[in-house]
Write a protein that binds this ligand. Structure first.
Ligand code: PAF
Length: 286
């Protein structure tokens, strides 16, 4: 397994693979890897095959964090990430440095961003106004550096996946975006690097997100229901966990991400819940 930290070296390698017609599968991450990330790596490997190259990027992207968010305390453990990647058969870890990703020199500071203007408005975008601009910018840059045929993203970040698919379509980026199923702990909690922040009590109560999804699935099983009424029911359910503070619940069309007045089988539900300073998200098709 190779570790590449310079953008020039990554681009050279990617161009060589392109020339040799080697298939490249890419899993962008912010590190502190867990079983969910490793399932994305396996999906990338499944697609490009044993002779393809699987690249995992590990980069805590500063531009997707708001000024009051957890950039400085975001968990990092590069030694552990390396071990996990090696064991999973990753070919290359790309771990670029901030000053190369966001250069600032005598010509001036970094000043070019990629902005998706529709799908990134609600939900995560409403709670975290500059988040998706940071995500689309860094993902476009990483695509330019790694030149993958396919990139695998997790379904836990459903809005992120939709925004990236839109960016790829709108900007004719020649990358196939694959969205792989959310990986869950045995009690249903969606895997996330941020779960590490939870106190034992918060961790116990954090199952409320996946339980809310189950509850909603049951509610729409036999007939469509009013989204407003279902939201109230879910709000009450979440409030029954004293450590939980709801950020948002949204019922929406999975393609347009437009809010749905009625919730039925197939309507998508996403929610974000704070436990102390930790914000967890989850989603599912009902
Ligand atoms: O989903 C993530 O971990 C990040 O948003 C991503 C896609 C790696 C971009 O920094």
């Amino acid at each position: 397994m190779r570790i590449v930290t310079s953008v020039a070296a990554m681009q050279r390698l990617a161009k060589r693979w392109q020339h040799q017609q080697v298939r490249v599968g890419f899993v962008p991450t912010m590190g502190y890897l867990h079983a969910g990330h490793l399932s994305l790596v396996r999906e990338a490997r499944r697609i490009v095959g044993p002779r393809g190259q699987v690249v995992v990027s590990i980069y805590v992207n500063p531009t997707q964090f708001g000024p009051k968010e957890d950039l400085s305390r975001y968990p990092r453990d590069f030694a552990r990430d390396q071990k996990l990647c090696r064991a999973e058969g990753v070919d290359v870890i790309f771990a670029p440095k901030d000053d190369e990703m966001y250069p600032s020199d005598h010509d001036g500071a970094f000043s070019t961003y990629v902005v998706e203007q529709t799908l990134s408005q609600g939900m995560e975008g409403a709670s975290r106004p500059t988040h998706f601009r940071g995500v689309t910018t860094v993902v476009a840059k990483l695509f330019n550096l790694v030149l993958p045929e396919v990139a695998v993203f997790g379904a836990k970040d459903v809005q992120q996946a939709a925004v990236i698919q839109r960016m790829v379509r709108d900007l004719n980026i020649p990358v196939k975006v694959v969205v792989a199923a959310t990986h869950r702990e045995p009690d249903g909690l969606a895997m996330s690097s941020r779960n590490k922040y939870l106190s034992p009590t918060e961790r116990e109560q954090a199952t409320v997100l996946s339980q809310a999804l189950q509850l909603a699935k049951k509610s729409v099983k036999t007939k469509a229901v009013s989204s407003a009424r279902l939201k109230t029911q879910l709000e009450q359910f979440i409030a029954s966990r004293p450590a939980a503070r709801l950020d948002y619940i949204e019922l929406f069309d999975p393609h347009t991400l437009q809010p749905a007045a009625k919730a039925a089988s197939g309507t998508h539900l996403a929610l974000a819940v704070f436990f102390g300073k930790t914000r967890l998200i989850d989603n599912a098709a009902l």
